[in-house]
Design a protein around this ligand. Sequence first.
Ligand SMILES: [Zn+2]
Length: 444
Amino acid sequence: MSSQSATTEVVDLVSRLIRFDTSNTGEPETTKGEEECAKWVAQQLEEVGYTTQYVESGRPGRGNVFARLAGPPDSDRGALLIHAHLDVVPAEPADWSVHPFSGAVKDGYIWGRGAVDMKDMAGMALALARQFKRDGTVPPREIVFAFLADEEAGGAWGAHWLVEHRPDLFEGITEAVGEVGGFSLTVDRPDGTQKRLYLVETAEKGLGWMRLTADAQAGHGSFLHSDNAVTEVAEAVARIGRHTFPLVMTDSVSQFLAEVSAETGLDFNPEAPDLETSLFKLGNLARIIGATLRDTANPTMLKAGYKANVIPQKAEAVIDCRVLPGRQKAFEKEIDELIGPNVTREWITHLDSYETSFDGHLVDAMNDAILAHDEHGKTVPYMLSAGTDAKAFAKLGIRCFGFAPLQLPPDLDFAALFHGVDERVPVDAVLFGTKVFEHFLLHS
Ligand SMILES: [Zn+2]
């Protein structure tokens, strides 16, 4: 055994990853740092003996790194993909109490943009990949480590491009583990004790950005006009914005609520009239869970007109739609009723929802790994209201989970740290996560 183990270097690796400013603005001109960071990751892997593949996903500078660690030579099991994106959302230094790209380690936290989304997991995966290679570890199945670009802008120039143009990189992979899951939610039991539930992501809502358009006759603003594109779009937008979609419990959500109910005694029966109020007793994570009970459609952009006394020929709006697994058709039918006959719609971006079952060997391995390091812990499935690169890998038939284990202080507002100011991750949580992830990979 070498003296250098994953836990001795993981904090330093996370901190160094944060120091690469990999801000993804969504605009190719201003997105930066992915190439530099990916090449540094490749160097850390090659240093211990890996052969790496550096691949640019469709545009110069969109750097991705792949490395494979062989399983037993006679194994017929599919490979396991461990993926982490290296890009982050931008940060405004003036708003922060430390520089967002300092990677400062202080007060028991690693600070900086990406600390929880998701250079923490990238660092854990990197530290374990290095440890396994140094120690000559043969995992129970082949592991593919992937560090990726462009997740924060939807992955068109990252995971989705790679899946479409370089499927060879994913050869032999049957399952994948990435963000957003594995973090603990501490709940109060009726007897006054507490239980830590570790949320494993088994489902993601779909993401769709929809453009509404109304065409009408242009004309003078002083005349009578029954046909006005601005009025049509404004009415459609208002109806959508005020609409509540029906409550639908998918398997992931009802299993999650049943588990929480069993621990807390709170009533999450779908028939309960105060279901959504009860949810808020779970604390800050209610913001995530609450968004997985219904489809949402939030108007985000409006565009029309060029002069105060000209009725324009055209008016447009954009709606951010998040649709539950199995609801796409029904969702579109409701939208069509809301927008009426005079407004048309089209998808600017559309990524399907995803859901897998919470069972099987890999799920057992996650729960065992948690239990080995937290005897009061338990894994439960949940649905993410947003999307991750899992949406891209699912297109290849790969079964995807979110599991980046972190044991969090009960009062930490974890959800607020994602893309938030003063994003930071507890050092202890990262050390705990590294040990759990090691156990998980060695039994995967
Ligand atoms: Zn992320």
